[in-house]
Design a protein around this ligand. Structure first.
Ligand code: PRP
Ligand code: URA
Length: 209
């Protein structure tokens, strides 16, 4: 069974509160999402493999640790997942970035895939799938299925805000994928929006509403 990691560090909670506030504009919303993504990245990458390399300090030679960064891929679910890429790239600059385009049909709330471009060696990488919102879980499950269809065997899902139904759906359909959240909210409303949530993440990032 996949694990749910709730990363409720005080700095993350503080920044998330500002993001939730409806008075917060796109510029600050984007900046805060980037900052939280970097902070969450510490936990998401906590156990990634290290290589040993030989270096020389000013004092002597030593065997030192180095992240196998080339083995990592970040795959945002378009659009809103894009807002989490920059923060993660600051942490792991050599990671490759793939993209999966999904949007939720506004009436059925079902995700529709419109784009997929991944690093060629996706089967050889730990993939961090990013999306700020885990609502019904449909988009995340479809994105993970699309990745697996193309050879991915090692993925983690990093979201900002989720609800129990979304978490349970991912755990049911993708028991091999750990989920990382900054907050587990109460429930979905009749339009499948997270309550209390932060509204439409894509629109708030890109100022489209
Ligand atoms: C939002 C969000 C997730 C999805 C979550 O994207 O960024 O991808 O909804 O909902 P779900 O868990 O019920 O599938 P949206 O479809 O609004 O597209 P956008 O990112 O282009 O705004
Ligand atoms: N997508 C969003 O952007 N926000 C929600 O609350 C649910 C889905």
């Amino acid at each position: 069974m996949s694990q749910l990691h709730l990363i409720n560090h005080p700095m993350i909670q503080h920044k998330l509160t500002i993001m939730r506030d409806k008075e917060t504009g796109s510029k600050d919303f984007r900046q805060l999402l980037k900052e939280i993504s970097l902070l969450m990245g510490y936990e998401v990458t906590r156990d990634i493999p290290l290589d040993e390399i030989e270096i020389e300090t000013p004092i002597c030679r030593m065997t030192a640790k180095q992240v196998s960064g080339r083995k990592l891929a970040i795959v945002p679910i378009l659009r809103a997942g894009l807002g989490m890429v920059e923060g993660l790239l600051e942490l792991v600059p050599v990671a490759k970035v793939g993209h999966i385009g999904l949007y939720r049909n506004e009436e059925t709330h079902m995700p529709v895939e419109y784009f997929c471009k991944l690093p060629e060696d996706i089967d050889d990488r730990l993939v961090i799938v990013t999306d700020p919102m885990l609502a019904t879980g449909g988009s995340a499950c479809d994105a993970l299925a699309a990745l697996k269809k193309r050879g991915c065997t090692n993925a983690r899902l990093m979201c900002l805000v989720g609800v129990p139904e979304g978490v349970e759906r991912v755990q049911r359909e993708h028991p091999d994928v750990d989920i990382y959240l900054a907050a587990l909210d109460s429930h979905l409303n009749e339009a499948a929006y997270i309550v209390p949530g932060l509204g439409d993440a894509g629109d708030r990032i890109f100022g489209t509403k």
